[in-house]
Design a protein around this ligand. Structure first.
Ligand code: QAP
Ligand code: CO
Length: 178
């Protein structure tokens, strides 16, 4: 179990297109357990491997109140999406900033499990939005890319300033955990 460092916007390493995860071995198990440890430590509900600088299509999620419902998505693909909604989103790679993003409130998706077995499932509400957000990461996309240039550059400047003066980086609680 190892806490990994999370990359922060505007780090260009977050902009890579991640290739499929093809090996289902102990390295993958270690990656996933480190991702959950890091995600829980940082009070996140979703984390993609690329956020800890591992360039592969692996996602960990837990949107439950009690933080005990682990979801693993490997090579996820959205098969169907319905019910457009606007959702106020944040990201562990964009700490302290939240903005509205257009998403879908229902998705059907496929993914591999930790043994490589393909499964199909449906998700709604926060889980559905979280999966859409995390799949964007696998394609090098961040929620700030949906915002106006003005909002985006404000966030970029804020995070660069925060890095130069780390005492100002007071991390708030994640408001998505009810
Ligand atoms: C992505 O985000 C997400 O700014 C996961 O100070 C977000 O876990 C999907 C976090 C919203 C759907 C809806 C952010 C924690 C965590 C922060 C997160 C912070 C502390 C964000
Ligand atoms: Co994110």
């Amino acid at each position: 179990m190892t806490l990994r460092t999370i990359l922060h916007y505007p780090d260009n390493r977050l902009r890579q297109l991640c290739p499929d995860q093809t090996e289902y071995n102990n390295d993958l198990k270690t990656l996933i357990s480190d991702m959950f440890e890091t995600m829980y430590h940082e009070k996140g509900i979703g984390l993609s491997a690329i956020q800890i600088n591992v360039i592969t299509r692996v996602i960990t999620i837990d949107v439950s109140k009690d933080r005990n419902e682990k979801i693993i998505l490997i090579n996820p693909v959205i098969l169907d999406k319905r019910e457009p909604i606007v959702f106020d989103e944040g990201c562990l790679s964009v700490p302290g900033f939240y903005e509205k993003v257009d998403r879908y409130n229902f998705i059907k998706y496929q993914a591999n499990d930790i043994k490589g077995k393909l499964y199909v499932a449906e998700a709604t509400d926060l889980l559905a939005v979280c999966i859409q957000h995390e799949i964007d990461h696998l394609n090098g996309k961040l929620f700030v890319d949906y915002l106006s240039d003005m909002k985006k550059s404000k966030i970029e400047k804020g995070l660069i300033k925060q890095k130069q003066n780390p005492e100002s980086s007071k991390r708030s609680e994640n408001p998505y955990i009810k």
